[in-house]
Design a protein around this ligand. Structure first.
Ligand SMILES: Cc1cc2nc3c(=O)[nH]c(=O)nc-3n(C[C@H](O)[C@H](O)[C@H](O)COP(=O)(O)O)c2cc1C
Length: 179
């Protein structure tokens, strides 16, 4: 495990950024397990955890995914990706909305864990694009009732991306909406 894992939580939160350029160096299996463990530590409605995580490391499959996905051309260079899958029938009120919300929380944990390990990651959209969901389902044998929420490439960053200071006090209201 990379020593950067010792960074405190707020440092990790503020240094996280979307990483889209990767060196090609393989990610250690141990780091993937750490990231998946962080994903499953996420909150979920009624603690139902309506998620599955497909890890793809096969180079041929990464190329096939990249070919069909406009925003995920970097997959082969990243070398690993996690597809976060939401399961409405497992979610609170069997709701697709709850499933997606819960899986978004897990996705954020993946992004933060990658940052903590000194790795790079980025949320690339699948849901709610019907065509992209169909493509990913077909390629990875995902059942129709399951929502492939996103594809998160994970790899060693080239170092091109920087985190941004997005704090904006104008977006904070005191006591009531101030439009
Ligand atoms: C729901 C969602 C969908 C996103 N889809 C994509 C995408 O398809 N491709 C991509 O490169 N980045 C995608 N992103 C990443 C955003 O572009 C990125 O978070 C934003 O530009 C802010 O940059 P930062 O993550 O470095 O702070 C997505 C992020 C979210 C939360």
């Amino acid at each position: 495990m990379n020593t950067l894992v010792m960074q405190d939580a707020l440092t990790v939160i503020h240094s996280r950024k979307s990483v889209r350029t990767f060196s090609g160096k393989p990610v250690q299996e141990e780091d993937i397990q750490t990231i998946l463990s962080a994903a499953m530590a996420a909150p979920s409605a009624v603690d139902l955890m309506p998620w599955r995580f497909i890890v793809v490391r096969d180079n041929h499959k990464l190329h096939l995914l990249a070919n069909g996905l406009p925003f995920a051309k970097m997959l082969p260079q990243a070398g690993t990706c996690i597809i976060v899958c939401a399961i409405p029938e497992d979610a609170a009120m069997h709701s697709a909305n709850f499933a997606v919300l819960d899986c978004a929380c897990a996705s954020q944990n993946i992004l933060l864990a990658a940052e903590a390990l000194g790795l790079g990651a980025v949320w690339t959209a699948v849901y709610p694009n019907i065509e992209l969901m169909k493509f990913v389902r077909n390629l990875l044998s995902i059942p129709e009732a399951v929502i492939p929420l996103n594809i998160i490439p994970i790899g060693h960053p080239l170092g091109n991306e920087r985190s941004k200071d997005k704090f904006d006090k104008n977006r904070i209201f005191l006591e009531k909406w101030c439009g």
